[in-house]
Design a protein around this ligand. Structure first.
Ligand code: AMP
Length: 355
């Protein structure tokens, strides 16, 4: 067990790091963040921040020297930057990042473990795309294999005709058939250093324009029926990666069962409800796992939970939410610029069955 007063290093400077650092503070740890210069809102909850590039090896080494354990809140940390951190200080093997950073790799990895993904093909050129459209069919989605998030780097293609007007983005892509799903959900688990695994309840997740907007419990009968198989796959994935901490797998609930979409080797937006809604939040259990503390319970504490993201300029008037009935729990991330489509905060409403 990492003693109180130890230092946790966080690679990445966003809201996930900020909420992780808040949980770590409560357990008597201090955090320092490492991220390229920018709106690093995690820094406000950290004792120190290294604002350096991912290719600055001396800065990474100086950062690592100050940490007892290093984790990440951003899944696109370049592998070369992670390699500059001594392996015995990394909370979790870098292999998890390597797999999750590439949509083709993660689908292949999960398929090996028995998971089912959308029909897909690798696309490296416009000709590849035409072949992929023939093989996989339309409608579908072309996604950059790496670096996409919140619907960025994705193009929906309704027909082969439409694809002809599309300019190939010039980097490796994946073309996926559009999955006819009834709902979306995620499995969020925490795995300890000793290999103990605990799951939170799976919410129904609603996306708009490729970005999560809402997580809801109860999630409905279809999701509830598909969670056991999805959990098994998620646990196998965590074990195969030697994973330590919180891991998220996202699924489509279809009439043929759960279809794997993608994984995030980190705490996840669809788990923000756990701060107020579960016995132990995803952030606290992530800290507990990487610091080798006993894991906390993951049971849901309320009959109804509704987490909604606060996006763009909605954040400017978000304090008005505090006047609404039902004691909403408001979280604002302190981002300086309320750009359109940017996650600025979230609000969680909880209620008992009678409410
Ligand atoms: P992703 O960035 O892959 O998580 O995609 C974001 C969202 O876009 C998903 O949560 C879905 O709502 C939608 N989406 C992505 N891929 C597919 C697909 N193959 N079929 C249907 N919807 C998809």
């Amino acid at each position: 067990m990492l003693p109180p007063g130890s230092t946790i290093g966080i690679l990445g400077g966003g809201q996930l790091g900020r909420m992780m650092a808040m949980a770590a503070l409560q357990l008597g740890y201090r955090c320092i963040a490492y991220a390229p210069p920018g709106d690093n809102v995690a820094a406000e909850a950290c004792a120190d921040v290294f604002e350096n590039g991912w290719d600055d090896r001396p800065a990474l080494a100086a950062f690592a020297a100050k940490c007892d354990v290093v984790t990440w809140e951003f899944e696109n940390v370049p592998l070369a930057a992670v390699a500059a951190i001594p392996a015995d200080r990394l909370a979790c093997p870098a292999r998890a990042l390597e797999v999750a950073q590439d949509r083709l790799k993660e689908k292949g990895f999960v398929a090996q473990l028995g998971g089912v993904a959308a029909p897909h093909a690798r696309v490296d050129s416009e000709d590849d795309l035409l072949r992929a459209l023939e093989r996989v069919g339309t409608p579908g989605i072309l996604k950059t294999a790496r670096d996409g998030y919140d619907g960025k780097g994705q193009w929906r293609i309704a027909s082969a005709q439409e694809a002809k007007g599309l300019r190939f983005p010039g980097k490796t892509c994946i073309y996926e058939g559009l999955v006819d799903f009834a709902a979306e959900f995620s499995v969020i688990l925490v795995r300890s250093r000793k290999g103990e695994v605990r799951f939170w309840d799976s919410t129904a997740n609603r996306h708009e324009g490729g970005m999560l907007v809402q997580s809801l419990l109860p999630a409905g009968a279809l999701i509830a029926a598909q969670v056991p198989a999805a959990r098994e796959l998620a646990a196998r994935t965590a074990q195969a990666l030697g994973y330590v901490g919180v891991l998220t797998l996202e699924f489509f609930a279809t009439n043929q069962g759960p279809v794997f979409n993608e994984m995030a080797p980190r705490v996840h937006n669809s788990g923000h409800w756990t701060i107020e809604g579960a016995a132990t939040s995803q952030f606290e259990n992530h800290v507990r796992a990487i610091c080798d503390l006993p894991l906390g319970g993951t049971a849901t504490r309320f009959a109804h939970i509704d987490m909604r993201n606060i996006v763009g300029e909605d954040a400017l008037t978000a304090h008005q939410i505090l006047a609404e009935p039902g004691e909403p729990h408001l979280h604002l991330y302190g981002k300086r610029e309320a750009r359109e489509g940017r996650k600025m905060g979230h609000v969680t409403r909880v209620g008992h069955a009678a409410e």
